[in-house]
Design a protein around this ligand. Sequence first.
Ligand SMILES: [Zn+2]
Ligand SMILES: [Zn+2]
Length: 497
Amino acid sequence: MMDVIDISNHDRDFEFSAVRVDAAIFKASQGMHTPDKLFERHLANALDNGVTRLGAFHFADPSNTPAQDADLFLRKVRPYLDRLDGLVLDWEPVEAQQGNVAWCAEFVRIIKAEQPLPVDFYANYSVCDEFRWQPVRDHGCRLWLADYGANEPTGWKIPNTRTPSGWDGLLLGHQYTEHGRIGGYAGDLDLNRFFHWFNTDPPPPVEPPVRPRIEIPPLSPDDPAVDIELPGGARGLGCRCMAITLPLIEADMLARGLIRQNLDFFQWGYNRGRVRASADTHDKGGVADNGQWSPAQRQVWADWGTMPFPRTREFGWTEGEHLHVVWYGCPHQMESTAGQVRSGLAGRDGLKADSVRNFIKPTRTWQDAVRAYSAALPANPRPLHIDKDDIDMASIEELRQIVFEVVEGRLYAIVRDQAKEGARDALFTQYPKLPRGADNSTPYKDGTTSVAAEAQYDHFNKDLVLGAIRELRTEVTALRAEVARLRGGTLRAPDTF
Ligand SMILES: [Zn+2]
Ligand SMILES: [Zn+2]
């Protein structure tokens, strides 16, 4: 696994001595007339700083012929073929051209015929998933996938990777953000996790995320509201029923291709008196207004034990269109909301006049849906956590490990900065454990054990170290969310650990 950046002339001040990366991919050219002005400079700067795993990509312009684009790319990379490990076709054309598989296959064919390096393919998830790329795969292309999820600013991380159809076993790397923030560079970067590097083959299949068996805790009408945050980024107040089911529903919709990235909400629960058209049905839990209401989407809601009421033009609703979803089996609802479930199950619309409607409806409570799902999963000792009281030591330990990695990476960057002033040799001699110095369990030879203590030494710029530690807090927050997401529920770590 490698942390990889890709950069172009947009990343003007990028300096490899300041950052920690395992590898880099450079934009070499675009279309038939636009060489990347910083390609050579970035390449030389990487090599000067010991970053030797390198690749180059061409941003395609299918208004030219493949041969015209290939000509510029080849002229640009040919002098550096012995320094590069692989070449990539970057495919992000206008929508009308996105399915131009033949153009890509011909471009790859030409590049492969003209030089010895492997040639791979870059595109986003929906483009990969939607079109039939077999002619491109037939030329040996593997996939560098762009798939951003919520696309929030983030540091290096282990992304939640899904494979577009047809590309199983061919995933080279995953570009998970264009808003990457890493120490040593003041700006957005594209960050990637590579599972394999170009010239090693073949890549192993990506492990599907481990889904824990789901325990449903005892529920009571007195349970407090839960601040729910979904993997896709949606966030709001709900009850425990919602906290347990919504991540599953979102994942299910994604897996079926019914939503692109996340569930959208217009209104959550515990929203007393704010939306007149809702009367009091949103005053407590077991209810949410969703922005996606196709029949297929409503069927998924129903399968998970909720009653989805389409409040849309199609069904005569004259206010803002939405899907009013009510949990079947939830003890946290207003009586009016629970009444709507009974109405929906009886084939009625749950509105004041309670008109007859044959809406798609659930055949079981959400608890029964979750139990059926859970029973089909392999046994997993890790329970689902839904609030901070449930956090277990394994989660904390995992988080601690991640934080140490980040601290280590940051210290390494600082050491490299200091090295510019000639202090590195002295540092390594005096503190041989320094690059791993974030681990409190291994004291340095003078007995100091903490990162902050390191800042006391003259060799360090104290402000730089403390500044780096402060920056880490933002990353730790993001990492906590990531751990919570990996565990399949909303989890809040203690404020200190
Ligand atoms: Zn509603
Ligand atoms: Zn509930």
